[in-house]
Write a protein that binds this ligand. Structure first.
Ligand SMILES: Nc1ncnc2c1ncn2[C@@H]1O[C@H](COP(=O)(O)OP(=O)(O)OP(=O)(O)O)[C@@H](O)[C@H]1O
Ligand SMILES: [Mg+2]
Length: 242
């Protein structure tokens, strides 16, 4: 699918070294605007490292990352990107609403934003509960609420549905789709392949390399299987045979 529109994210030849090892080996791909792009791959393949590079908090060894037309890490991008980290960062000794008010103030987001995002993630009932007392699912939603403050144009979500029950996962994916329908670009990582079908675009990573960058239907056609998990395994086999 070709689009004349500028992509939300353009990555070219990205290399990242962590510790003594190179963990991303020259990645190039683009993330289209206003869609959900899934970043999929097994544990340790480099999803978090890639998201950190896009958000601009990762030292990179080479290549270019352009986000919304600006170099990753640019100051202007801070208000345009929402980032939900893999380990939810919520103050334990503040209530959910206090957390949201604090982060809204830091971001310079509108005063009405905490109530808005609380409703968006369906967490109104826990507004006055301390961060430290939230259940896993509530914590994920609180973290997502923080990333929605300031109405970012790009949302980067690092495994936001890990450990959640199927009902909650479905609700969250509906929320993501609703945001995308309103024009928000979403990059979401997961190692659960059944979530891949909910994305419009898939970037599959393995050992710091891109195995596929395609739509779910394109990937099904190319690998000759309906099951995206099977498709991923076939791509690995193909790569190994080559
Ligand atoms: N601070 C660090 N120092 C050294 N190596 C690191 C560091 N952080 C990550 N790594 C290594 O970089 C590689 C990629 O890690 P990354 O966290 O990006 O993977 P991931 O795909 O997000 O995994 P997961 O699904 O488990 O979250 C792994 O081999 C990991 O061990
Ligand atoms: Mg990770």
């Amino acid at each position: 699918m070709m689009s004349s529109e500028e992509p939300a994210i353009a990555v070219t030849g990205l290399r990242v070294v962590r510790g003594a090892r190179e963990v991303l080996h020259g990645l190039s791909f683009q993330v289209p605007k206003g869609q959900i792009t899934g970043l999929l791959g097994p544990s340790g393949c480099g999803k978090t490292t890639l998201i950190r590079s896009i958000v601009g908090v990762q030292v990179v060894a080479g290549g270019e990352v352009t986000v919304l037309g600006r170099p990753a890490g640019s100051a202007e991008l801070r208000r345009l990107i929402g980032y939900s980290t893999q380990n939810p960062a919520i103050y334990r000794d503040l209530s959910v609403l206090e957390n949201l008010r604090y982060f809204a103030a830091v971001l310079g987001a509108p005063k009405t934003d905490p109530a808005r995002v609380l409703a968006e993630v369906g967490l109104e009932g826990a507004a006055h509960q301390l961060g430290g007392t939230l259940s896993g699912g509530q914590l994920s939603r609180a973290s997502l609420a923080v990333s929605l403050l300031g109405s970012p144009r790009l949302l980067t979500l690092d495994e936001p549905t890990v450990g959640l029950d199927p009902v909650l996962r479905k609700e969250l994916w509906e929320l993501f789709q609703g945001l995308a329908d309103r024009g928000v670009t979403i990059l979401v990582s997961s190692h659960v392949m059944d979530e891949a079908a909910r994305c419009q675009r898939l970037v599959m990573l393995r050992d710091g390399e891109i195995l596929a960058d395609d739509s779910p239907s394109g990937l099904r056609a190319r690998t000759g299987t309906e099951d995206l998990e099977q498709a991923f395994l076939r791509l690995i086999e193909e790569r190994q045979a080559a």
